[in-house]
Design a protein around this ligand. Structure first.
Ligand SMILES: C[S@@+](CC[C@H](N)C(=O)[O-])C[C@H]1O[C@@H](n2cnc3c(N)ncnc32)[C@H](O)[C@@H]1O
Length: 255
């Protein structure tokens, strides 16, 4: 899809990026804006390595994600249910600016974009080139654009987005609480945030067993309190948490 035929979405997303983050060597030829042209992705854990594998990226949405979700305790939600829940938690619609952090192959970003109107835009943000290549291949639509960057340093001004989402990534990114702080920083007053991540259970034995398996793969297990507490400490309100199997959904609103 050429820049013109994506409805100008990539240009509109580019306009949201802080000028100091727009580097001369940024690439748009791959269909997304690459803000990290010179650096390779971190590959220190099995989980991170998988996220940078072309084969995983190609089968992620149809096979990898459903299998992984089931393995995380059959949280009972289909992929479609999970997307609908995210959209509902974010109160998505209209001309909002939506940021999908660690968007992978765009499985949520595309859905969000379809729910927006007019000047609304869903920006998918990820570190992995294979994932973003796959996202572009899967089609963008007029209100979807992708950026490549590191979520630990989001290249946007404070209060840029009306909704910020991060599903299935906080358990594998390095420095996840820095990512959470960044997501909150770019959230506009009245805006909503929604995350889905792991839940390590409260029972000490189960918790250590899960922690052992997860640690080997490079996946972090969260307790019940960390994310709701971080949202509340940042001054967010309407903090809501739903636990399903070994996953948790946490959402909140910036007053
Ligand atoms: C399991 S996928 C999640 C994709 C999608 N959000 C979903 O719910 O299916 C995790 C994504 O996090 C991305 N990721 C890991 N570390 C990141 C970072 N520091 N900044 C941006 N994205 C990162 C990976 O490249 C991968 O695409």
């Amino acid at each position: 899809m050429s820049p013109a035929s994506d409805g100008g979405a990539l240009e509109r997303a580019r306009a949201l990026v802080r000028p100091d983050a727009l580097r001369a060597s940024e690439r748009t030829d791959a269909g997304y804006l690459d803000l990290l042209p010179d650096t390779g992705p971190p590959r220190s854990t099995a989980a991170q390595h998988a996220m940078n594998n072309r084969l995983v990226a190609a089968v992620y949405e149809r096979i990898w994600r459903p299998v992984w979700t089931a393995a995380m305790g059959a949280n009972g939600l289909s992929a479609g249910d999970e997307r609908a829940k995210a959209a509902a938690d974010l109160r998505l619609g209209g001309e909002q600016r939506v940021l999908d952090v660690a968007c992978g192959p765009g499985n949520f970003t595309r859905y969000f974009g379809e729910r927006l109107t007019g000047e609304g835009i869903a920006v998918g943000f990820d570190l992995s080139r294979p994932m973003l290549d796959q996202a572009v291949r899967s089609g963008r639509g007029p209100r979807v654009a992708y950026l490549r960057g590191d979520a630990r340093r989001l290249p946007f001004d404070d209060w840029t987005f009306d909704a910020v989402c991060c599903h299935a990534a906080l358990y594998l990114v390095p420095e996840p609480m820095t990512v959470v702080d960044e997501m909150i920083r770019v959230l506009a007053p009245g805006g909503r945030i929604a995350v889905m991540t792991s839940y390590g259970r409260e029972h000490p034995l189960l918790r250590s067993a899960l922690g052992l398996v997860a640690g080997t793969l490079g996946v972090r297990m969260y307790d019940r309190a960390t994310l709701p507490d971080a949202f509340a400490a940042a001054g967010l309100t309407e903090v809501a948490q739903q636990i399903r199997g070994v996953t948790q959904f946490v959402s909140a609103r910036r007053p």
